[in-house]
Design a protein around this ligand. Structure first.
Ligand SMILES: [Zn+2]
Length: 262
């Protein structure tokens, strides 16, 4: 056997607090978790074993938006090997947003992957928005809150004043066409502040899965804490101007009445 065995990992997930029958959104870097018996597919098996047959496993399946999206063939972009293999597994559904798709398997997969508006890609009516509605859990496995897409749902609920449009190729009347999709985009490093906020209030659980640091929290707690902070300071997730972060400066410049700032 090479790596931690699948049953042991499933047991560690249960100890961490993954509930059988939960709806679980997983963001992971396999490089941090390995070695695992059977590799990334073994990790997927362990996650499914921890959730049981009544659980729903969800992973991001986002793409680069540079070609017409086909949920059956377009590879993911910078989502990691586990997410890239997950959507390709039998019976896994994939949502149809051309840039911001997610993949899911289990009783709530169809709801998670139902059609959604083009913008915002991660609003209330999107796969992570439905995770919130279904009172799901988020597992960050070897990654930080900077990978936590659910925080864009919180930005949408808090109606943050920044918005950046990115080009995305979609099919219009059978022909590829480039459209601009506005979203609450920035470098997302500011999302890492969530770790201390969540831990400080005892709302997240930490542990080790394989070799990776793991953080588990309820979707509604993540959104509640983020929205509370955003109401105090709508730009709290943007890097300070002194950080000279191009992406966050661009987001700050998009705020009405602040163009030219930064
Ligand atoms: Zn930044």
């Amino acid at each position: 056997m090479v790596g931690t065995d699948i049953d042991a990992i499933a047991g560690h997930l249960a100890t961490l607090g993954v509930r059988p029958s939960a709806v679980l959104l997983v963001h992971t870097s396999f490089r941090e978790v390995r070695p695992v018996e059977e590799g990334p597919l073994g990790l997927i098996r362990a996650l499914r074993a921890a959730l049981g047959p009544a659980g729903t496993l969800v992973m991001p399946a986002m793409t680069d938006g540079e070609s017409v999206f086909d949920p059956r063939s377009t590879p993911t972009h910078e989502m990691g090997i586990t997410a890239e293999l997950f959507w390709r597994q039998p019976d896994v559904l994939r949502s149809t947003h051309p840039g911001g798709s997610f993949a899911a398997i289990g009783p709530h997969a169809e709801r998670i992957c139902a059609p959604q508006p083009l913008a915002p890609p991660h609003g209330i009516d999107s796969p992570p928005g439905r995770l919130l509605e279904l009172e799901g859990q988020v597992l960050l496995l070897g990654v930080t809150y900077s990978e936590c897409t659910l925080l864009h749902v919180a930005e949408s609920i808090a109606d943050v004043p920044y918005s950046i449009a990115h080009p995305c190729v979609v099919e219009v009347d059978g022909a590829p066409e480039r459209v601009m999709i506005p979203e609450t985009d920035h470098c997302c490093r500011g999302f890492r502040q969530m770790e201390a906020w969540m831990r400080g209030r005892g709302l997240s659980r930490q542990g080790k899965i394989g070799n990776a640091k793991a953080t588990l929290a309820a979707a509604r707690d993540i959104v509640a804490v983020a929205v509370e902070r955003l109401r105090q300071d709508p730009l709290v997730f943007l890097c300070p101007e002194s950080a000279a972060c191009d992406e966050c400066d661009e987001a700050r410049a998009s705020v009405p009445g602040r163009s030219g700032a930064g």
